[in-house]
Design a protein around this ligand. Structure first.
Ligand code: BEZ
Length: 262
């Protein structure tokens, strides 16, 4: 059984995962927004990066499937809209599209047992762009946070041997697979690169699980939680903790730049 669908707390996200938008700055540079452009931010979250694009003189529209995040972005005065990424209804109206650390949450399966795909999302972004428009972004790539999720999977299986792997609904493609997905949607791909990005977690690994995997942690019986959390940390410490630097996570990024042909 899958856990209840994910809900986001903008406050907790800002406090314990603010590094996501800070580390998204190079993706903004890849987008290179120019004053006067109309830009779509796919999976805009609380609007932290939308705000930076708007500050460069662009008109930015953000879409996100989380009502809490859309509300947080609107509190910043931004044009954020509640929408599912696979159902975008824009047509040839954006000069560019941008997405940071969001596409991996947007995949679906065409039928049970079939591989995860973001094809409907990429089709919608393609339609939303004017001919010649660019799509710059970053998502988790093959192997992303594998140690973090494998340790969680082991913790969950102590209570439910049939528990699904907690990353089984997340889309972490190889560079080759994602390039092919972009091309299938009609894009000309200019860059598509996979690279490791070990990411410090100043709030610790448990705070990371609380932000990104709370719905899975909730499956651990309350009475066993303290012991189980300690075991999770023990399992990960040899790989993801250094006494001098603290906790970090084994992020792998897939960064891309593609264009709708003229
Ligand atoms: C990511 O940004 O790569 C990510 C964050 C949380 C869970 C899964 C992936």
């Amino acid at each position: 059984m899958e856990p209840a669908s994910k809900s986001w707390s903008p406050e907790r996200y800002r406090r314990d995962a603010g590094f996501i938008s800070r580390l998204g700055e190079p993706v903004l540079e890849l987008l290179a927004p120019r004053a006067g452009e109309r830009i779509l931010d796919l999976g805009c979250g609380d609007g932290a990066l939308m705000e930076k694009i708007a500050a460069r003189g662009c008109a930015v529209v953000g879409v996100d499937a989380s009502p809490e995040m859309v509300a947080a972005a609107r509190r910043r005065g931004l044009d954020a809209r509640l929408a599912r990424a696979e159902m975008l209804a824009f047509s040839r109206e954006f000069d560019a599209a941008f997405s940071n650390a969001a596409l991996h949450w947007m995949a679906g399966r065409p039928a049970a047992g079939r591989p995860l795909t973001v094809a409907p999302v990429l089709d919608g972004v393609f339609r939303a762009l004017r001919p010649g428009g660019r799509f710059a972004g970053e998502l988790g790539g093959e192997g992303n946070v594998a140690a973090v999720y494998d340790a969680l999977a082991a913790a969950l299986r102590r209570f439910d041997p049939a528990a699904p792997h907690p990353a089984s609904g997340l889309y972490f493609p190889s560079a080759e697979a994602f390039r092919a997905a972009l091309e299938d949607a009609g894009f000309a791909v200019e860059r598509c690169e996979l690279f490791p990005r070990p990411t410090p977690l100043p709030q610790g690994i448990l705070a990371w699980y609380e932000v990104f995997a709370a719905e899975w942690l909730a499956r651990i019986p309350a009475a066993a939680r303290a012991a189980d959390y300690a075991e999770l940390e023990d399992r990960l410490r040899p790989r993801l903790y250094q006494p001098k630097h603290g906790w970090w996570a084994d992020y792998v990024r897939l960064r891309f730049l593609a264009r709708r042909p003229l």
